[in-house]
Design a protein around this ligand. Structure first.
Ligand code: SAM
Length: 289
């Protein structure tokens, strides 16, 4: 059942949208000194080589972060939030060339303050071993728990975190179309236990019915718990019939007030930098409860 390996997609346009948003959420929540618990429900392997392995085969980074770097090299300017994202990603590479792309576990680990905790879930039998090995190399390893468990079932048990300050990234592979239903159930349960947490959900924009319906279903869940939300999407091309992923979205429940401004600056630039053939566009909507 598990064939998805995130290495194929490391540094893609979808990773850019997800990780740029994630970094902003963490840094906003860290403006207060209280301990922050971060849960990454679908962790992947943690960090990826762009030089060899699956990422070198798929070359998705070339349409993502490599393209963004070329856009800058060509003399285009980028907003501060995009620069912050790039600084964190580039810090993972050894030389001047981008040879490594950190996944969400490494991005989050690098941002941890001593008082913060990170909880990572991964079910793939190979990815979990690689993730454990990669996390073991980090100086922040003692602040990180790695679980080889189904996060949809386990999330509610971790909420609310002891400090009552929490961020949850939910980034399934949607290999199983039931993931959409599991995600909705997990969100309902999470909001019942910890309504004030910040939840960031990534999803692919596909022709699949479940994918198209997801944002509206999440809006209903957020509204039924009287929660604010922000919904954003980034499309880099519009080529119907092509199998590659052309667009993805993020749905944030309880977003910080600063996120909309940050994305309003970043999205037009990302659309310009990553767009192919005039089909690029973005969406940015929010609702305050
Ligand atoms: N969040 C990662 C990042 O941004 O670098 C990428 C994660 S990838 C999209 C999704 C991962 O979730 C895959 O490695 C997959 O094996 C894992 N997975 C799938 N179902 C899961 C579940 N129910 N619980 C925990 N992990 C799961």
């Amino acid at each position: 059942m598990f064939s998805y390996r995130h290495a194929f997609h490391a540094g893609s346009h979808a990773d850019i949208l997800k990780h740029l948003t994630l970094i902003h959420l963490v840094e906003y929540l860290q403006e207060k000194p209280g301990a922050l618990t971060i849960v990454d429900t679908h962790a992947g392997a943690g960090v990826y080589s762009l030089k060899d392995g699956f990422a070198a085969v798929s070359k998705e980074a070339e349409g993502g972060i490599i393209r963004l770097l070329k856009f800058i090299k060509d003399g285009n300017s980028i907003p501060e939030g995009v620069q912050r994202y790039l600084d964190l990603i580039q810090a993972e590479s050894s030389g001047n060339a981008l040879d490594t792309y950190p996944g969400s576990p490494f991005i989050l680990a690098r941002l941890l303050r001593p008082q913060d905790r990170l909880k990572l879930f991964e079910l793939h039998p190979k990815e979990i071993d690689i993730l454990r090995h990669n996390i073991g190399q980090l100086k922040q390893a003692k602040q990180i728990d790695v679980y080889a468990e189904d996060s949809f079932a386990r999330l509610k048990g971790l909420l609310p975190p002891p400090s009552r300050r929490g961020l949850v990234l939910i980034d399934p592979s949607y290999e199983d179309k039931q993931d959409y239903r599991y995600l909705e159930t997990a969100m309902e349960e999470a909001l019942q236990r910890f309504a004030t947490g910040c939840y960031a959900i990534w999803y692919p924009i596909l022709s699949r019915r479940e994918s198209a319906a997801l944002p509206d279903r999440l809006k209903k869940i957020a509204s039924s718990h009287k929660r604010s939300w922000l919904h954003t999407e980034l499309r880099v091309e519009n080529a119907p019939g092509e199998r590659r992923l052309q667009a993805s979205g993020m749905f944030i429940i309880n977003p910080p007030w600063t996120l909309e401004k940050q994305l309003a600056e970043a999205l037009p630039v990302l659309t310009k930098a990553l767009g192919i053939g005039g089909g690029a566009q973005f969406l940015l909507k929010s609702f305050e409860a």
